[in-house]
Design a protein around this ligand. Structure first.
Ligand code: SAM
Length: 296
């Protein structure tokens, strides 16, 4: 490759390479070839990426690039690119620069006028959206919410009227607290999906209203294990995706009150009369609510 009539070496390219989010089978052929053929791999954690490289028999040297050295590394990497060497950027898992290091480097390389090529692949947010059963025509990526409770609640409050599906990365030990905050901000009937351990052995997807997911987070010990993406339907998006959810919420409210005083069958019959719900529907909801409260 030549760069100019001045005989300077052509600049290399920066390849932004997505790597698996759990299942090594998800490394694309193109990603593998790129990692093998570049002069250098800039990796968030060289030990972590070392395991991936070893698995695929790739011996390309690595350089660490993380949040604390990205500015300095960008200068070094641009120098290598100008020498004509190509560099691959990877993070620990998924797509670099998506809630991961890489943005500063990409911006600096773009400003230097050097080509940047995407080698797309796994991304937890997109994987979750693709199976979440919530609208995907428009969505809003929030990444990680603030860790501190007050700041998190404030951020969620500001999203109360957001009509696009929200995509949130969450750590397992905070997911219950976050669901509680979401419930306070968006109401208990808002539809939500939790995708945990996508592409891994224990991949599980939980779908329901925020209230149902909060109950699940308390009753299912696995709920808060592993890596999690939380999706929340936009405003006007009740759990079943149609007007039935409002009716279900009203039925649940009446049932919750009656179940504290009456046997299940009687509570269901009365609730059906009060709300206009079908008898068998009221009975099913009563059973569901009873089971939920028994599991706490
Ligand atoms: N750059 C990555 C991507 O493209 O998805 C995201 C990196 S971010 C530091 C890590 C977060 O992504 C985790 O805390 C979790 O919220 C989500 N995540 C990563 N892998 C996941 C998986 N296998 N299943 C569910 N969520 C995952």
């Amino acid at each position: 490759m030549t760069n100019s009539s001045a005989g300077l070496p052509a600049a290399g390219r920066l390849y932004v390479v997505a790597t698996p989010i759990g299942n090594l089978g998800d490394l694309s052929v193109r990603a593998r070839e790129t990692l093998a053929n570049c002069a250098l791999i800039a990796a968030e954690d060289t030990r972590h990426t070392g395991i991936l490289l070893k698995h695929f028999g790739i011996t390309t040297p690595q350089l660490s690039l993380h949040d604390h050295n990205e500015g300095m590394r960008a200068i070094e990497i641009i120098a290598r690119l100008r020498e004509g060497k190509s560099v691959a950027l990877v993070s620990d898992a998924g797509t670099p620069a998506i809630s991961d290091p890489g943005f500063e480097l990409v911006r600096a390389v773009a400003a230097a006028g050097i080509d940047i090529i995407a080698i797309p692949g796994p991304c937890a947010a997109i994987a979750a959206l693709s199976i979440g059963a919530l609208p995907t025509d428009r969505f809003c990526f929030e990444g990680f919410l603030p860790a501190r409770g007050a700041a998190r609640r404030q951020r969620l409050k500001s999203l109360e009227k957001e009509s696009r599906t929200l995509v949130i990365y969450e750590s397992p030990h905070r997911v219950r607290e976050t669901l509680e905050d979401c419930l306070a901000a968006f109401g208990e009937t808002r539809a939500a999906t939790v995708v945990r351990e996508a592409t891994k052995l224990h991949e599980t997807t939980y779908r329901g209203s925020l209230l149902e997911l909060l109950h699940k987070s308390k009753s299912d010990a696995d709920f808060a294990r592993g890596e999690i993406v939380l999706l929340i339907g936009g405003a006007q998006m009740p759990a079943s995706g149609d007007a039935d959810s409002d009716a279900t919420a009203a039925l649940d409210k009446v049932l919750a009150a009656l179940l504290t005083e009456l046997p299940l069958k009687q509570a269901a019959r009365l609730a059906a009369q009060i709300t206009g719900a079908r008898d068998n529907e009221a009975y099913k909801r009563a059973l569901f609510l009873k089971q939920q409260s028994a599991s706490h």
